[in-house]
Design a protein around this ligand. Structure first.
Ligand code: NAP
Length: 242
């Protein structure tokens, strides 16, 4: 049975991906950092999904995570680096605390999770990183820290893909547009703002977590065996207009 580790798998996109991969026969491990969401995921995900409380900012947590995954699965076929935060604020209001949180979860956390997972990843395995359409070339007022720390992932992806190519480990990104997850509630986005965002999407709806999960499952599958170093946008046409 193939195996997958999904960081930020207790909610939203990560949890939907855990459910889809489990239904397709994967053995799955997920992480989150909030004890309440970890407990909720434990009760909502299938019993044999390994749910680990592991804060992506804390490297000793990541070491313990890899030990738990190694003990349960032995090795990994997919590492889905999905844990992330997004706390929009204009530059004038940004704090050092928010700067550090974005950097440590979205960039440093992903980087060292991959480093520490490398010995477990099987040759021919797959790494997928969640980026988002505000990675490098598009923007939104207030999104500087979210965009910069996601853009860092895209900037390192080609080099990672080349480093891991000798082991035939593929490194790709998935970039959701506005997706219907608990994130909007966590951010307190009001209904009118959601309606305005929806009206700006060519497909006139938010993406679903399943649509992003299907893309991750494809990138992890043998059907994508010759695809590496690519960022796949799942956004209903957002960002295409001139
Ligand atoms: N939803 C969108 O429209 C959208 C668009 C583009 C990109 N994204 C990105 O997609 C990813 C998933 O987002 P989502 O919408 O599914 O959000 P979500 O429902 O808020 O899920 C975020 C996940 O990341 C975990 N996480 C946060 N901080 C963590 C940390 N320090 N250590 C470990 N896990 C941590 C959360 O766990 P806890 O609950 O335990 O904190 C949760 O499992 C994020 O990286 C997000 O930035 C989302």
């Amino acid at each position: 049975m193939p195996t997958a580790l999904i960081t930020g798998g207790t909610s939203g996109i990560g949890k939907a991906t855990a459910e889809l991969l489990h239904a397709r026969g994967y053995r799955v491990a997920v992480t989150g950092q909030n004890p309440d969401s970890v407990a909720r995921a434990q009760s909502e995900l299938p019993d044999d999904v390994l749910v680990v409380r592991s804060d992506a900012r804390v490297l000793s947590d990541t070491d313990a995570l890899m030990s738990a995954v190694s003990e349960r699965f032995g090795s990994l076929d997919l590492l889905f680096l999905n844990a992330g935060v997004f706390r929009p604020a204009p530059l004038s209001d940004a704090t050092e605390e928010s700067f550090d949180e974005h950097t440590e979860v979205n960039f440093k956390g992903q980087y060292f999770t991959l480093q520490k997972a490398l010995p477990l990843l099987n040759d021919g395995g797959s790494v997928v990183m969640t980026v988002g359409i505000m990675g490098i070339h598009r923007g939104s007022p207030g999104a500087t820290l979210g965009a910069a720390t996601r853009g860092a992932l895209l900037a390192m992806m080609p080099s990672l893909a080349l480093e891991l190519a000798p082991r035939r480990i593929r490194v790709n990104a998935v970039s959701p547009g506005a997706t219907d997850t608990p994130l909007m509630d966590k951010l307190g986005v009001p209904q009118e703002a959601r309606d305005a965002m929806r009206a700006n999407i060519p497909f006139e709806r938010f993406g679903s977590v399943q649509e992003v999960a299907e893309t991750v499952a494809f990138l992890a599958s043998d059907a994508a065996r010759y695809i590496t170093g690519q960022d796949v946008t799942v956004a209903g046409g957002s960002g295409l207009s001139a």
